[in-house]
Design a protein. Sequence first.
Length: 116
Amino acid sequence: RIVRYLKGTCNRGIVFCSDPNRGIECFVDADFSGGWSQADADNAEDVLSRSGFVICYAGCPVLWRSKLQTEIALSTTEAEYIAFLHAMRDVFPFVSLLKEFNVILDIHLPPIFLIP
């Protein structure tokens, strides 16, 4: 079914309209121990939270990641904070790369949007 859909829509795509005034934006979210259930309570991987983020430049996504956190978060807030730190590990090098390319940035730290 999926292959049939992909074959039938191969002429379609995603169109991004860049807006240089938007600069760098980072959207971060975390799923607190999303795979945990009583049936699999003994499986250590099921209590790990999942982090995800998208870094956009001029309104277009340039870097994204989704992965299990290596730390065990004890609350939703802690899972979001860990996700934020994972995103910052990629935001700062990206800002440095743009500076090397002489891209003028109005701010030193891009806006970060934590998804509740």
